[in-house]
Design a binder for this molecule. Structure first.
Ligand code: SF4
Length: 562
């Protein structure tokens, strides 16, 4: 008899619950789960990929040494030997560990214990997508519950929450129709799907989102926040000071206010301030704050692994030769941070091991590749947005030799003679050294002529496209992907709807289909960050104050044809 097992989607931090129908151990169908507290039976396109992920013929199912298949035990012995050699030759600190944001809390606990006990390294960093880390550092994980979405009298949304997290959209829009007096205010550079639902869309410059929040807080005379020149900040957001004051008064007069925030690739200081000021705005209105993250368990990773070390710091130590051996659990760092993590730097390591659900570009370069279980193939607990704590049982057994990261680490720790005891890890978080007032002044005066690129977010892809790019629906629906370009800009550059355009930066160029739309303001072009060629046009530059990457495209241009 088929049975339906409860599962959670880790394609974003909303962690929608769903059912997985399993027939004699084989996953056969996705079922909706109306009892899931956050999504109440809704599931977006990406949620439906959870079935294909389990059945995908190209899953990474056997360990490799130099890309030749070997038994899992042999691969683990090879890794243990390489760690022992690095420790003996250069100390434990010569080993670095990078983990993705879809692991369970128990996996993160094991990573932290393994690093300190079996390796003796503090070089453990979380590979956050986009600006998840600065957003978390600025405003934390929020204080809203899913029920705060129901009957909110006003919702302030920063970022393209509706396309990034479609099931949040479903609940907010349903709530809007039930509470006819409510308002939705949004802030985005282009008119996104989120902004379509808004009473007022504030068209900010890319990275200028904190200015709107700071202007609203200034108009509210909120205490303990950086004050801005209201007229200047409003002008930078295409508004007058009077309109800022009107929105501020409206929000102050509402009994139930919800502030939502998500980020796109861009300025890490802006993302940090967005988190900080969005949380403060919610507080100033007596409301609640909920940030939405790209990484499914970004909140759990932040809480358990911490941010004492960051990916830009690990990259620096890999390139500088301090880190000799690197273990990567989950992410394809070459696709996630193109140009920041160089293939040459990985090739220059004495040893590289990578676990992954698919054999990605990082795993292909690894001395040892390990097949990693998907989140529905392992027991585990996760920390979602809106304060949801999710605990799930494995719905099916892992494919082939794939295993959860904590099991791989436990076996490695045994080989290294330091068995793991278990226990909950608590991450350390150094204070951030961001001058908010100076950063807001810089954002208010930013701008320029010519063409600028921003990240185009797609509801059918997960951010860097590392998993969703392999899904049949995404491949058949959008085989070529697209840029979005405004009508005026397209006319000026001779670019036509549905035809090829070449997008270029200082890092190179690629040809892609153009969608000409009135949703993009003049001069701004949205490029699909889920397509490796397009993503690699952006530059990931470490920021000393945020210890994260600022992502920008310098020398951006667009021309018709290839
Ligand atoms: S909204 Fe997020 S968690 Fe929910 S189904 Fe879509 S990708 Fe998964």
């Amino acid at each position: 008899m088929p049975e339906t097992k409860k599962a959670s989607c880790l394609f974003c931090s909303f962690q929608c619950g769903f059912g997985l129908e399993v027939d004699r151990g084989v996953p056969v169908r996705i079922d909706l789960d109306p009892e899931a507290r956050q999504n109440r039976g809704a599931l977006c396109v990406r949620g439906h990929y959870n079935l294909e992920l389990l059945q995908h013929p190209k899953r990474f199912v056997a360990a490799t040494v130099n890309r030749r298949r070997v038994p899992l035990g042999s691969a683990l012995t090879k890794i243990a030997g390489a760690i022992a050699d690095a420790k003996a030759g250069h100390g434990g600190g010569s080993v670095g560990i990078v983990v993705g944001t879809e692991l369970s809390n128990e996996d993160y606990d094991a990573v932290v214990e393994f690093a300190s006990k079996a390796v003796g390294t503090k070089n453990v960093a979380v590979a956050y997508d986009g600006s998840d880390l600065p957003l978390l550092a600025g405003g934390g994980a929020g204080d809203a519950s899913p029920e705060d979405m129901d009957g909110a009298e006003a919702v302030v949304i920063v970022g393209d929450v509706f396309w990034g997290h479609p099931c949040v959209a479903k609940r907010i829009i349903a709530s809007r129709h039930l509470a006819l007096t409510n308002r939705i205010y949004t802030g985005n550079p282009s008119r996104t799907t989120t902004d379509w639902s808004a009473d007022r869309h504030v068209a900010v410059r890319p990275g200028g989102e904190p200015l709107v929040l700071a202007a609203l807080l200034t108009a509210m005379n909120a205490q303990g926040v950086p004050r801005v020149d209201l007229a200047k900040a409003a002008a930078a957001c295409g508004m007058g000071a009077g309109e800022v004051e009107a929105i501020a008064n409206d929000l102050k007069g509402k009994k139930k206010v919800l502030v939502l925030a998500s980020t796109r690739l861009g300025d890490s200081t802006s993302a940090y301030l967005t988190g900080m000021l969005a949380a403060k705005l919610a507080h100033a209105c007596g409301g609640k704050y909920a940030p939405l993250f790209r990484g499914g368990n970004a909140i759990g990773a932040h809480a358990r692994v911490g941010s004492a070390r960051t990916v830009p710091e690990v990259v620096k130590d890999v390139e500088g030769g301090k880190i000799k051996a690197l273990l990567v659990f989950g992410p394809d760092v070459l696709q996630l941070y193109p140009g920041a993590f160089h293939a040459d730097a990985l090739d220059g390591l004495s040893f590289l091991a990578a676990s992954a659900v698919f054999e990605n570009d990082t795993a292909k370069r690894a001395d040892v590749g390990l097949p990693q279980a998907a989140w529905t193939e392992a027991d585990g607990s996760y920390s979602a947005s809106f304060g949801i704590a999710t605990t799930v049982q494995a719905a099916v057994a892992p494919q082939g030799d794939a295993a959860p990261v904590r099991r791989l680490l436990a076996a490695l720790a045994e080989e290294l003679g330091a068995p793991l005891a278990g226990g909950e890890a608590r991450g350390e978080h150094p204070a951030w050294n961001v001058d908010a007032a100076a950063a807001l002044a810089r954002l208010a005066s930013a701008g320029g002529d010519g063409v600028s690129f921003i990240e185009g977010i797609s509801p059918i892809h997960r951010w860097d496209g590392a998993i969703t790019g392999r899904m049949a629906f995404a491949q058949s629906l959008k085989p070529y992907c697209e840029i979005w370009i405004g009508e005026k800009t397209a006319a000026r550059l001779g670019v036509h709807e549905g035809e090829s355009a070449t997008v270029a930066t200082d890092r190179g160029e690629t040809t892609i289909i153009a969608t000409v739309t009135d949703r993009m303001p003049d001069g701004l072009v949205a490029i699909p960050s889920y397509v490796p060629d397009a993503r690699s046009l952006m530059v990931w530059t470490p920021n000393a104050a945020t210890r994260w990457f600022d992502v920008a495209a310098s020398g951006a241009s667009v021309r018709a044809g290839s």
